[in-house]
Design a binder for this molecule. Structure first.
Ligand SMILES: Cc1cc2nc3c(=O)[nH]c(=O)nc-3n(C[C@H](O)[C@H](O)[C@H](O)COP(=O)(O)O)c2cc1C
Length: 215
């Protein structure tokens, strides 16, 4: 059965990236009424940063040469490792079960919020591999980073996530949907950019809905 794992990283309840990811999820759900849908809110229900127990367990997995992810729990040999395993094991299981991973995230400091980075660190576990999985990332940013814009070179968000999924999971075709120039909604000094934001946002919403239908 098809499974969609939907992550949201914005601390805002009313959030542009949440609006985009929800549009994808709603369109996808309408096409797949019997499929499994899992939503994980990385802001409301934050995932802990990896700790010493996680690194000890990671070292044990590497030293043991274990390859069967389902049996890694057998290597746990301290309370700290047990606590770490209790956090990471469900995250790995849910990711491995997903056919599609949908991520709604703001751009923070040209990159991703710490809550999303915490998830990435947790699931970057030794021997972790994925069955064919598609990634869709819906983002919102205050400025503009499209190719050809003056700040395009500062976009470490798309570049980082694209390279991460390619490097770790051999997924080369992560799809990005961006709503840009969001700051023009709040900042009167950017009012002249509001039309461009409206166009960017409308296009991003339409693309999110179309992708949701197609995936
Ligand atoms: C801590 C923080 C850092 C931000 N860094 C950037 C940035 O580097 N570039 C940018 O274009 N916008 C930046 N923004 C603006 C957000 O990307 C923008 O408000 C976006 O709409 C947030 O997404 P959301 O509506 O889903 O929360 C930042 C906002 C915050 C709160």
């Amino acid at each position: 059965m098809t499974t969609l794992l939907h992550l949201d990283a914005s601390p805002r309840r009313t959030s542009i990236s949440r609006e985009l990811s929800a549009a994808f999820a709603a369109a996808w759900g309408a096409e797949h009424p019997d499929a499994t849908y899992i939503h994980r809110d990385l802001a409301a229900d934050p995932i802990p940063f990896i700790d010493e127990g996680w690194t000890e367990l990671c070292d044990r997995v590497l030293a043991h040469g274990a390859t069967d992810l389902d049996r890694l729990g057998e290597l746990v040999n301290s309370p700290a490792q047990q606590r770490a395993w209790a956090i990471v094991e469900p995250l790995l299981a849910e990711l491995r079960a997903a056919d599609i991973v949908l991520i709604g995230t703001p751009m923070y400091n040209y990159s991703i919020p710490a809550g999303l980075k915490a998830w990435l660190d947790q699931i970057t576990f030794p021997r972790m591999s994925l069955a064919p999985t598609r990634f869709v990332v819906a983002t919102a940013c205050g400025g503009a980073y499209s190719p050809g814009t003056p700040k395009a070179i500062y976009d470490y968000q798309e570049r980082y996530l694209r390279d991460f999924f390619a490097g770790h999971f051999a997924v080369e075709d992560t799809v990005f949907v961006h709503s840009e120039l969001v700051n023009s909604r709040q900042d009167p000094a950017l009012a002249q950019l509001r039309d461009k934001h409206d166009a960017s946002h409308a296009a991003a919403l339409a693309t999110a809905r179309t992708l949701g239908k197609e995936y």
